[in-house]
Design a protein around this ligand. Structure first.
Ligand SMILES: [Zn+2]
Length: 281
């Protein structure tokens, strides 16, 4: 163990209090050296909930808020709540595109209300990372823009679940600019290690800590965050990456010669900048 005062944050993890390991996963994270975690709302279906109206998102977000409350007994935890882009696609299939749009739009409004009430520090939105019809694509972009408008109003961060194509970062940055949302509030979740590219646009990549990604990110600079996208699904243990991954890879990189100072940027300065929080031990 190196300097025990280094915070280590996982920027995107889920806890499923109903069917997953829940708080046990957070203990595993802490025992590996993790100190801070952003817990992101799961899609409603993953929580065993069905969305029939926007109000139903309150139950989804309340589960996240409760997970954060429990996690806060072990580490410092924060909630990011919102609507997964695939939920809009699913709702459009079952309820028609107009009703789906209205539900997701209001679901995002409710997410922003949770930020206003201090229950969450950011909103989750995005657009499908797989091919969809032009109409769904366009409306997904409009919903993401709506979420950015809300974040501008709340002066809070947005975590975006999107495709990762060549022009994705520019596109996200452009839409944020149209919304007047400062680029440093924009986090590309599940990001490849495109640290330089994001730095040039002033947005933040939340790099998925899969094999080789941190090593690559480190060669490009320190302006990124790290995440596991741990989904806490009993049928897919350790997916996407296990709760220990971020602390373990951080310690490993320090052992291999990356200065500890570097990781104060990753785990403290960067999240402080984009979420407007204080990351301290
Ligand atoms: Zn996720």
């Amino acid at each position: 163990m190196n300097n025990a005062s280094l915070p280590i944050m996982d920027d995107h993890m889920h806890l499923n209090l109903r069917t997953g390991r829940g708080i046990e996963a957070v203990k595993e994270f802490r025992n590996a050296g993790g100190t801070h975690v952003i817990i992101v709302s799961l899609p409603a279906g993953e929580c065993g909930l069905t969305i029939t109206s926007a109000r139903d998102y309150e139950a989804v977000y309340d589960l996240t808020v409760e997970a954060v409350r429990q996690a806060n007994e072990i580490v410092k935890a924060y909630a990011v709540v919102g609507v997964h882009p695939a939920e809009f696609v699913g709702l459009a299939e079952t309820r028609g595109i107009d009703e789906a749009y209205a539900i997701v739009e209001k679901g995002l409004d409710i997410a922003a209300r949770y930020v206003a009430e201090g229950k969450a520090i950011g909103v989750k939105s995005g657009r499908p990372h797989y091919p969809v019809s032009p109409e769904i694509w366009e409306q997904s972009n409009m919903l993401m823009r709506h979420a950015m408008d809300l974040c501008k109003e709340q002066d809070c961060a947005i975590q975006l679940h999107t495709e990762s194509e060549d022009n994705t970062m520019e596109s996200l940055s452009d839409i944020a600019a149209m919304a007047g949302l400062p680029p440093w509030r924009v986090i590309k979740h599940f990001s490849p290690p495109l640290v330089k590219k994001c730095e040039s646009l002033n947005i933040f990549p939340s790099v998925i800590a899969s094999k080789g990604a941190l090593e690559e990110a480190v060669t490009q600079g320190s302006r990124f965050m790290l995440e596991t996208d741990y989904i806490d699904d009993a049928s897919r243990p350790g997916a996407v990456l296990g709760p220990k991954t971020v602390p373990r890879k951080t310690r490993e990189a320090i052992r291999n010669g990356t200065p500890e100072e570097f990781f104060y940027k990753v785990h403290k300065d960067n999240p402080e900048k984009c979420y407007g929080i204080k990351v301290e031990l």
